[in-house]
Design a protein. Structure first.
Length: 268
């Protein structure tokens, strides 16, 4: 099709569709990641610090209680969860909401679902990347995967899946409030997940009430799956239960985020 003011100039419409929109929004989010070093540094330092301090403080105690336990391998999945949880473009979404960019996107023919899933795809890439320095520290501490490189790949995949499962809560808050403080406060949701579970000791060492509470915590089963890959070898049943726990949390968080997106697009 020739342009009106330029004979012979062929102008073609950009290809549209969900996949194209998803890739475009994901790529925009990925390109912005290196500019946000202030949020990346804590995401690396905190889990590395957690692993080093917990191993230094509790390894001897755990060794007396559980002589056969490799406590460094036991703690590695916890440190990785601290690395991948809360890594989110939700704060960038708040900036887009407050600046009007999100509203401009909504009046374009872009797929509405890609507005959310594109950000989450970037989150998954970032979350899986953040596992690398933690795994490197684990390797320096002598941690070896009983399942080898294949198990390490599955470990990284499941950890990244948990990362995006949790971000659904943050996106729901961002879309509902467009408030950066509210999004930051949303990270407090992780504390019950992180500490009312087997973060420090195996479940057998917990008090009765703590063990019961941990049984209702999906992170207990996620940690069991990740630890099995590090310590025990391939255990399909444990891995499947851990995946089911992650997918259950993801189904809830994504549903909340989609409802918030629908409310943002159709306030009435």
């Amino acid at each position: 099709m020739a342009g009106d003011g330029a004979p012979g100039l062929r102008i073609e419409a950009r290809e549209t569709g969900f996949t194209r929109d998803l890739m475009t929004i994901s790529w925009r989010s990925i390109r912005a990641i290196p500019k946000e070093r202030q949020s990346l540094i804590p995401a690396i330092v905190i889990p590395v610090f957690w692993l080093a301090v917990n191993v230094g403080a509790l390894e001897e105690v755990a060794g007396r209680l559980f002589p056969e336990l490799d406590y460094r391998g036991f703690q590695l999945p916890v440190a990785v969860l601290f690395a991948v949880t809360g890594v989110s473009r939700a704060s960038a979404l708040v900036t887009d909401l407050r600046g009007g960019y999100f509203d401009r996107l909504t009046v374009s023919p872009v797929s509405r679902l890609s507005l959310l899933l594109g950000l989450m795809a970037a989150d998954w890439l970032l979350a899986t990347s953040l596992t690398i320095p933690v795994l490197a520290l684990g390797w320096l501490l002598g941690v070896e995967f009983a399942t080898g490189l294949a198990g390490m790949a599955v470990f990284v995949f499941i950890a990244g899946l948990w990362g995006i499962a949790f971000t659904g809560f943050l996106y729901a808050i961002a879309l509902r409030t467009a408030n950066p403080s509210a999004v930051a406060s949303g990270l407090l949701l992780f504390f019950p997940f992180a500490f009312v579970t087997t973060s420090f000791m195996p479940r057998d060492a917990l008090t009765d009430w703590m063990s019961t509470a941990a049984g209702f915590n999906p992170v207990t089963y996620l940690l069991a799956a990740l630890r099995s890959l590090v310590l025990d070898g391939w255990d399909p049943n444990t891995i499947a239960i851990g995946l089911a726990a992650v997918l259950g949390v993801g189904a809830i968080s994504l549903s909340l985020a989609l409802m918030a997106l629908r409310g943002r697009l159709d306030p009435a």
